[in-house]
Design a protein around this ligand. Sequence first.
Ligand code: F6P
Length: 327
Amino acid sequence: MKKVNNIAVLTSGGDAPGMNAAIRAVVRTGIYHQLNVYGVMYGYRGMLTGDIFPMENQTVANIIQRGGTILKTARCKEFYEYEGRKKAYENLKKFGIDGIVVIGGDGSFKGAQKFSTEFDIPCIGLPGTIDKDIAGSDFTIGFDTAVNTAVEAIDKIRDTADAHDRLFIIEVMGRDAGYIALHSGIATGAENILMPERKTNIEDIIDDLQANERRQKLVNLIVVAEGDEFGGANEVAKAVKERLPHLDTRVCILGHIQRGGSPTCLDRLVASRMGYAAVMALLDGEHHNNMIGIVNNQIEYTPLDHAVKATQKIDPEWFKIVKILAS
Ligand code: F6P
């Protein structure tokens, strides 16, 4: 197994709170083990343009608590093509880079896998996404912060909903996964949670709202995942307004505030542990081209070409709990 001397770290795809904590862990673990560590700006785009710079312990001072990513991020189409990856390799060669840590989602890992097979540079993936939609880890960097941001926002919405006796339909992020919706909906006592992993029956929602009205429950919160098949909060509101026009209904789309902000303690811990494990994996040589995950509180390795989107298996009991607790 080739010895690794010069490693690079980059963030790719949508940013997620905790990415900076992961960068810090990679840089400081690498330097501790006498590696040269380079930062690549704007994800794979920086590999193509040669936007690469040496990092020191000092470069990552005062960032553990910051959202976003000091390395910036981008989605890079050119890297999907062989010619683009070749250009990236040539740039890395100039710095003697012989190991890479990619912090991002499953799309970023697919690029890393291709690259490392073609050019024999080991890559390690760290799951960084607020959507938590990656198989092989109980945690992804950023999810806990995003879900807590959603909870804080929904709690505030509940205050104003309560003051006006309103129905609020709140849309949360998650792309085609409903983890943010499920967690934030349960934690805020939402009356209904709509998500892609579960069939949405608008008639059931109308029935619930009518039943709530009969028993004079005047505040109703419905949390909708953006990827729900019904088409998001505006579509749900349209259907509700058609059937129950007398209800005072409002829509709130939380949007990108869920991606920003200071990472929670959990995200900082997960990012620090994963960042450390990524460098150790590059050094031990046994886990090259794997994604680092945490499963049952243990570090787990998933080959990058197996790192796929997780499909959430929802225990139906959760929905029983939602119903009982919203009564
Ligand atoms: O994957 C993270 C995410 O925030 C998704 O939840 C959302 O669908 C998407 O990125 C938004 O992407 P963009 O910032 O490019 O609009």
